[in-house]
Design a protein. Structure first.
Length: 623
DNA sequence: GTCATAATAT
DNA sequence: CATATTATGA
């Protein structure tokens, strides 16, 4: 059923009926009650103006009305909008307007085929014609004006498609462009959840589709994404790490610094924490009072529970050298040996065994083990060896283990000490349960070396050091009410070498008390380091959060398609009967399988998935 | 269901 | 203009 629905959605098209007079419009609306979803009307019309029509339509059919007019005066516009018009379009309508119309139409109509009724004042038919023509020619899917006089047709390679609704005077139009599905991070996260749920080996488009339950998403869409994802996995599996060449390529990263998409992640982190700290969007990676169980005091345990990690597998040890940043990190090469150390029953401050959580998370692709990358494992080894009193300053940089205050700083200082052409510090304070209670000081462009870590009083938590070959970012959190930090929250580092980038590791995985592995395949961007300039700019296929948290106070803004998607954790934490919908271009999504059925609270807590931003795209910053 | 590749977007 | 992403057809 769902699939048929989706199928229908894919064939969704606009059915446009044009009439000359408002009353005709009303007549047809009455006649074809339920067929229409949207009315587009001129403002100025003979018998009844657009606003009156809108009122009538609203009252009688509860349909949104878009008013168009060449009248640009603010007065008129605002009056129309206040009067209840869904949109006001100044004629001649431009591409953006039409896009909005389309989006709006799609948004309000989520399942069935979409109909747009265009009502045309007889006075100025040409305007509407213009609209319709552009609609069909330029932009949105298929939209056309069908009446006896005019027929606009896209020069498309596609010929007519079947109309989903029959109506004598309604015809369907060739599609000019099919809107692409945008794989936002949240959507992708959902995809990952589905994969995780199904199991990678059994994950095929159809099943994924079912599991994802995103309305508007087709099997093909998923197949395509899956294909990409598999390619990605393959690369990861083949190239366990990055070659050092990336690390040594350039003297000046600045030129290559920001442009590539992956880097965005880091920028987002910065952005988020420097600008958007009003909401504690970071959820500690661990639920309850558990902490990641890292091996004793040994970094290597983290990386490879079963093996001794090569001594050079830590970026911390030789950031400039031949080290492979994460390359050997998962030296538990067999997929089924990959374990997450994130589950732990140990409390903060408690000594832990070499590794507490043994969560196999093996993934396979066919017969081949897929090595999933668990950056949080490698990157977040900051939590260990909390003595008594607990040591502080143990978070932040990738995989750094601080043994004590001083040396901890020193260790971390490998990063910090590395040429500091740029150090940014951003402080964020978080309560023990992860709530953000304020931001700390921020220092920009200082050459001062800093440990970048809080000792409880100095919340310099984010540290971004740069050297000729790489950039390292780290973010940590100060848990204000405790004397030690970063128990639960920390961001790890991002690296960029030449064109490549190690994204910071968002909190991703967390498990449940029981052994159900909930770990999602997190972002393994390390392969990028091996690619060099000619390499493909790969995507990060893990849970991530690129988008700024949605802050309060903007509720009066009309959500755009693609915005305002629910974040997964929100959905999960508060299951609702009205699950928020993903709004995909060709249809509006609706979750039919609540994710909370798949997930556990702890897991959810660990996730910060609210990203509505298209993957690999930088979210727009909030003004 | 997958793969290669065309189409489209950035 | 090149690259990346998504759609599509075999």
């Amino acid at each position: 059923m769902l699939s048929s629905l989706l199928t229908d959605n894919r064939n969704l098209e606009l059915i446009v009926v044009t009439v000359k007079k408002p009353f005709d419009a009303l007549s047809i609306l009455r006649l074809k009650k339920g067929l229409f979803d949207l009315v587009v009307s001129d403002l100025h019309m003979p018998e009844m103006n657009g606003m009156e029509l809108q009122k009538q339509v609203e009252e009688e059919f509860k349909l949104p009305v878009i008013i168009m007019s060449s009248d640009e005066s603010k007065n008129v516009i605002s009056r129309s909008l206040e009067g209840g018009a869904a949109f006001y379009i100044v004629k001649p309508a431009n591409k953006v307007d039409l896009k909005n119309v389309w989006h709006y139409a799609v948004a309000i109509k989520t399942g069935n085929s979409l109909s747009i009724k265009e009502i045309e004042g007889s006075r100025e038919p040409s305007y509407s014609s213009t609209l319709v023509e552009r609609l069909s020619l330029e932009d949105v899917n298929s939209a056309t004006s069908i009446n006896d006089e005019k027929r606009y047709r896209k020069n498309g390679r596609k010929e007519e498609r079947k109309s989903t609704k029959d109506d004598q005077e309604v015809d369907s139009q060739p599609a000019s462009k099919k809107p692409k599905v945008v794989w936002t991070n949240s959507l992708h996260n959902r995809f990952l959840l589905a994969l995780n749920h199904i199991g990678l080996d059994k994950a095929v488009p159809k099943r994924i589709l079912e599991c994802m339950s995103v309305r508007g998403l087709s099997r093909e869409n998923i197949a395509s994404h899956l294909q990409k994802y598999r390619i990605f996995l393959k690369k990861v599996a083949e190239r366990g790490g990055c070659s050092s060449k990336n690390l040594s390529g350039r003297d000046d990263l600045r030129t290559n610094f920001a442009p590539s998409q992956p880097f965005m992640m880091f920028k987002n982190v910065q952005q988020e924490y420097s600008q958007r700290v009003t909401r504690a969007s970071i959820q500690p990676g661990l639920g309850g009072n558990t902490i990641p169980a890292l091996g004793g005091s040994s970094f290597r345990n983290l990386h490879s529970p079963n093996q001794q990690a090569p001594s050079n597998n830590s970026i911390l040890q030789s950031p400039y050298g031949q080290s492979r940043l994460f390359g050997n990190a998962n030296s538990a090469n067999q997929a089924n040996q990959i374990r997450s150390g994130l589950e732990s029953n140990y409390s903060i401050g408690e000594n832990m065994p070499s590794y507490g959580g043994v969560i196999p998370n093996g993934l396979t692709h066919g017969t081949r083990p897929m090595q999933m990358y668990h950056p949080q494992n490698q990157a977040r080894s900051y939590l260990q060896n909390f003595g008594s009193p607990p040591l502080i300053n143990r978070f932040g940089a990738v995989g750094i283990q601080a043994t004590n205050y001083g040396s901890g700083v020193g260790d971390i200082g490998i990063i910090n000490n590395s040429l500091n052409t740029n150090n940014n510090y951003v402080g964020i304070r978080v309560t023990t349960d992860g709530r953000l209670i304020g931001s700390g000081q921020m220092q920009l462009n200082t050459n001062e070396l800093s440990n970048g870590f809080s000792d409880g009083g100095h919340p310099c938590l984010m540290n971004w050091a740069r050297n000729g070959n790489m950039n390292v970012a780290s973010i940590g959190f100060n848990i204000a009410s405790e004397n030690y930090v970063a128990r639960r929250g920390s961001f790890s580092a991002g690296f960029e070498g030449a064109n490549q980038f190690f994204p910071p590791t968002p909190f991703t995985s967390v498990y449940h008390g029981n052994s159900t592995p909930m770990l999602l395949p997190p972002p393994p961007p390390q392969h990028q380091l091996g690619l060099g300039n000619g390499g493909q700019n790969d995507f990060v296929f893990g849970l991530m959060n690129n988008s700024p948290p949605i802050l309060g106070g903007n509720s009066n803004q009309q959500p755009q398609i693609g915005e305002g998607e629910p974040n997964v954790s929100d959905m999960l934490l508060e299951p609702t009967n009205n699950p928020p919908a993903y709004q995909l271009p060709q249809g509006v999504a609706q979750m039919s399988t609540p994710l909370h059925e798949l997930l556990t609270p702890d897991f959810l807590n660990s996730l910060h998935i609210d990203d509505n931003t298209p993957r690999n795209e930088q979210p727009s910053s909030q003004a």
